[in-house]
Design a protein around this ligand. Structure first.
Ligand SMILES: [Zn+2]
Length: 196
């Protein structure tokens, strides 16, 4: 297996170099002095259970056509985003700079702290709760975790959670199909290349 080129994050812009970007209007500033402290893993598919279409881009870009699928009528009214999406083939798309607040978590709580969008980075994996995520997705997720932990000293391998964990009863993603052991092993083996 070839070793993938490490991702590079431009700290001034909060954007990944060489990664496809579809910048979303659905973001704003984090609260004053708040840095990313938590990574939230999500699963998403549009329409539900279908992969490879352009619709997630459109949802986050705010131009999902309500008449393109019966299920889009309500979805199209949502103003949501995530920082990045990892497609089934492992390709990454960035929608929101990491320093900004993406609108991915909704009403949520992590270790007693509400409003997780304020202090988290949202990573969407294209998938469903029940269909195993792909090897390519785990590899890209690991690369993302590595570059994010390196870029933000406020992040660490232990502060990675699922949408279902911060919004229990309301959200189920990334679902039982997501292999947390695999994610955590990858994160733990990727100590940041930081001194001190
Ligand atoms: Zn989610």
């Amino acid at each position: 297996m070839t070793r993938p080129t490490p991702l590079q994050l431009e700290p001034l812009t909060g954007l990944l170099a060489g990664v496809r970007q579809v910048l979303s209007p659905h973001f704003d500033a984090r609260p004053q002095g708040v840095a990313p402290e938590l990574i939230v893993v999500h699963g998403i598919s549009l329409p539900a259970g279908e992969f490879g279409g352009p619709w997630i881009d459109h949802l986050f870009a705010g131009d999902l056509p309500a008449d393109a699928h019966p299920s889009f009528r309500d979805t199209a009214t949502l103003r949501v985003s995530a920082h990045v999406l990892v497609s089934r083939d492992g390709n990454i798309t960035q929608y929101v700079p990491f320093g900004m607040r993406a609108w991915h978590a909704g009403q949520s709580q992590y270790q007693g702290r509400t409003g997780c969008n304020d202090f988290s980075i949202g990573i969407e994996l294209e998938g469903t709760d029940q269909i195993p995520y792909t090897d390519a997705q785990y590899e890209s997720l690991a690369a993302l975790i590595r570059v994010l932990i390196s870029a933000y000293p406020t992040l660490c391998a232990e502060r990675i959670t699922g949408h279902s964990d911060i919004a229990p009863g309301r959200k189920t993603d990334p679902g039982p199909a997501f292999d947390w052991g695999r994610c955590r092993r990858a994160a733990a083996s990727q100590r940041p290349e930081r001194l001190g």
